[in-house]
Design a protein around this ligand. Structure first.
Ligand code: G
Ligand code: MN
Length: 385
């Protein structure tokens, strides 16, 4: 093993001693510092205690194969490039390898020059990824972008395990009382620091249904101990495709009369053919429906037409500074009148000041929500009027 670490430190994993020896020799001769291990477990142990610039691993090994190793590696190191090598390439494992963020997938017999060039490139890319992450952290960004699917999945699973809901009051201004609470998503996972990031990850991983079920289960267990509350729960359009939402024995179905399901106007429901039918099924379970973020969406009036909501929530962008903005007042005033004509109650979201509160109350909004009354918090904070 001459040559030192100038080219970078590489971990090589293969269960065939002959292959391992060849890789070790080729890469050492190419100037890399090589550590060679014969199985996935030893590889993980090495990565736990040492930092590598690249990992070269066989795909099919007994016990822990290359793809499982790749996922395990991402638990420990978000950036180290992994090159997978196989003697029997199959389309599935190639696709999986790339999906999970293998930098490259190479087949045996491996050409010496190709191997060296690939590993050299991997080392540079890995170093670049580390520097970028440091730069972002230094500049105060969240520095937690998840480079590939394996990293994203690990962060998402951690987020899912630590999902909790906070609750923000929706107040009835005229009656001076709390009317309902909106459940809002939070997690303890720093790599997915806000609800948008968690939803985005769920979407990329195709796991929105799982997330929706976790949320609904938590709301159900809260409602089990507070029989009189009314809770607004955000739905992702994709949740409307989840049969679990419609099951009579699903955790939240038993509390449907105490739940308003919010569907955002930010996403289009147009691609869904049977929205009206699906919403009718939800109503027959006892749910009511709100259209969320009205005024922020591009979906026109489609969602309102499909959903015939009992509640309409006006987006905070229209509420911000409304007391000093005649156009906003006209728009919100017109919305309130139309909502009334459609028998829907109006919620004004994002009220931050007394002046905004007074302005929307004067325009006839029934229900108000925003930091001015209370921040989202543990259930259930009271509001002083
Ligand atoms: O899209 P939706 O309306 O469900 O989003 C609600 C989000 O708005 C929550 O993340 C909540 O924390 C935030 N929010 C609630 N009230 C206010 C407010 O008064 N001002 C601002 N800026 N954000 C708010
Ligand atoms: Mn909402």
């Amino acid at each position: 093993m001459d040559g030192g670490a100038a080219e970078g430190k590489v971990l090589v994993v293969d269960d065939e001693p002959g292959v391992l020896k060849v890789f070790d020799h080729v890469l050492s001769t190419g100037g890399f510092e090589v550590e060679a291990v014969s199985n996935g477990r030893d590889a993980i142990a090495r990565i736990q205690s040492h930092s590598f610039d690249a990992v070269v691993s066989d795909v099919s090994m007994p016990e822990l194969g290359g793809i499982a190793l790749l996922r395990a590696v991402r638990e420990l190191d978000l950036d180290v490039p992994v090159i997978l090598v196989t003697g029997s390439p199959s389309v599935e494992s190639a696709v999986q390898a790339v999906e999970y963020g293998a930098l490259r997938y190479i087949t045996k017999p491996v050409q010496v020059d190709d191997l060296i060039a690939t590993v050299r490139k991997a080392v540079r890319l890995g170093r670049m990824a580390r520097v970028k992450r440091e730069a972002i952290e230094h500049l105060g960004g969240d520095g937690r972008q998840l480079g590939d699917r394996a990293g994203l999945e690990i962060a998402f699973n951690a987020a899912l395990a630590s999902v909790r809901l906070v609750y923000q009051p929706i107040v009835h201004h005229g009656a001076r009382e709390v009317f309902a609470y909106e459940a809002l998503l939070r997690s303890g996972e720093p790599r997915l620091p806000h609800p948008g990031a968690i939803l985005d990850a769920a979407e990329r991983l195709g796991r929105l249904h799982v997330l929706g079920r976790v949320v609904r289960k938590q709301v159900a267990s809260l409602l089990a101990s507070s029989p009189k509350s009314l809770i607004f729960v955000n739905l992702h359009p994709e949740d409307l495709q989840d049969e679990d939402l419609f099951r009579e024995d699903a955790p939240l179905s038993g509390f449907a009369k105490q739940v308003v399901l919010e569907a955002t106007e930010r996403a289009s429901l147009e691609h869904m053919l049977d929205v009206s039918h699906r919403v009718a099924r939800l109503r027959s379970l006892g749910y009511r429906v709100a259209v969320d973020d009205i005024g922020a969406g591009y979906a026109g009036l489609n969602s309102i037409a499909h959903l015939e909501p009992e509640f309409m929530k006006i987006d905070m962008a229209l509420i911000r500074g409304i007391n000093a903005d005649v156009t906003r007042q006209k728009v919100v005033g017109a919305m309130v009148r139309l909502c009334r004509e459609m028998d829907a109650m109006v919620v004004a979201e994002g009220i931050e000041t007394a002046a905004e509160r007074d302005s929307v109350a004067e325009l006839g909004c029934d229900l108000l929500q925003g930091f001015f009354f209370a921040r989202p918090s543990e259930p259930f904070v009271d509001v002083t009027f």
